[in-house]
Design a protein around this ligand. Structure first.
Ligand code: A2R
Length: 320
């Protein structure tokens, strides 16, 4: 079985490549030429450089790799960035999905394909609508959410009109070792590791702590993605979530509990987000019914592993 992963050098891409190679699968992928860590990935993984929006390049790569499965992770993944550069986010997230699926229709029409949507596409939801099921209409509030809602529609179009075997994963928040510190859990963990190591004297800077999110461990997420490729129905959308909401403040307290010293907290208005959605929590009943998947790793362990991974990064830096 050969799997082609777009966005393979990103956070989820690296975990996914590691998961698949550990299962003995053949893995190839696409990373931005100018992107970070284009060489990343476990041994035996073939990483090709290119932009997912360049249809000809993607088509040529699919012809060369001849994948049985494609997982489309390449994206501008930050809500905050999407507010600064809505067009860039839309071009990559929606346009890149068109580009990939056009290429797949021409060069890998029999491949099973998973397109990654986002819970940000649900928009502002009322308490009584929680936990969200896939039937809840999408009313995105941010350029990122809009771009992901569009990517889903693109995926469903290629199923309907071109007969591709496309499944959509609607991913809620996820975190774990290797996540960029532009995301809140990783930001807090990195700051705590730096304060603990005496590299930072100021307190831990935080934005809005009230938003409530449904967090999964990235290792549970990649397991869900592979199961969806194997068992998901084409043309269907599946929430990938834990079913539990954690406030950002609760996450902060768990991480502070792992610190080696008391950690002062300072409010940083620059870390707040004006267009934020107050609460997102989903139901994974449809995913479980289709695949048997359930979340396996408790958030406390995920956060501990994340903090330990930042500690290891700092130690490595210090030894240089
Ligand atoms: O922006 P970079 O240099 O970090 O590269 C990102 C890459 N990427 C692209 N690849 C090919 N062509 C493009 N035009 C393009 N633009 C961005 O996609 C990065 O290596 C990867 C996405 O990885 P992360 O930003 O680490 O996101 P993560 O957490 O792995 O999320 C995977 C998927 C995304 O579709 C998210 O929107 C969704 O799950 O939550």
């Amino acid at each position: 079985m050969r799997t082609f992963i777009t966005g393979i050098a990103g956070f989820v891409g690296q975990h996914l490549a590691a998961h698949l190679t550990a299962e003995g699968e053949e893995v190839a992928g696409l990373a931005l030429a100018a992107g970070r860590r284009p060489e990343a990935g476990p041994a035996g993984v073939r990483v090709h450089e290119g932009d997912v929006c360049h249809g000809e390049r993607v088509r040529a790569l699919l012809k060369e790799v001849r994948p049985d499965r494609i997982i489309h992770l390449a994206a501008r993944s930050s809500v905050a960035d999407s507010l600064r550069d809505p067009w860039g986010t839309f071009a990559v997230n929606a346009g890149g999905t068109v580009s990939l699926l056009e290429a797949a229709a021409a060069a890998a029409p029999a491949a099973r394909i998973l397109v990654i949507g986002s819970a940000e596409a649900y928009g502002e939801v009322r308490e009584e609508e929680l936990p969200l099921t896939e039937r809840r209409p999408l009313e995105p509030l941010t350029p990122y959410g809009i771009s992901k809602a569009a990517a889903e529609q693109v995926a469903l179009f290629y199923r309907r009109a071109r007969g591709l075997h496309v499944v959509v994963a609607r991913a809620f928040n996820h975190t774990g070792p290797g996540q960029e510190p532009t995301f809140v859990c990783s930001d807090f963990a990195r700051q705590i590791a730096r304060i603990d190591a005496g590299r930072e004297r100021a307190g831990l800077r935080v934005g809005d702590l009230t938003a409530r999110r449904d967090f999964l461990d990235v290792r549970d997420v990649v397991r869900a993605y592979v199961l969806l490729l194997e068992k998901g129905d084409a043309g269907e959308v599946y929430n990938v979530c834990s079913g539990k909401a954690w406030s950002i403040g609760e996450i902060l307290e768990i991480l502070r509990g792992y610190a080696g010293r008391p950690i002062a907290v300072e409010a940083d208005p620059a870390r707040g987000r004006s267009e934020d959605v107050p609460t997102l929590v989903g139901s994974f009943a449809k995913l479980e019914a289709a695949t048997g998947w359930r979340p396996g790793i408790p958030l406390e362990r995920t956060l501990k592993d994340l903090l330990d991974s930042w500690r290891a990064v700092l130690e490595k830096d210090q030894r240089r």
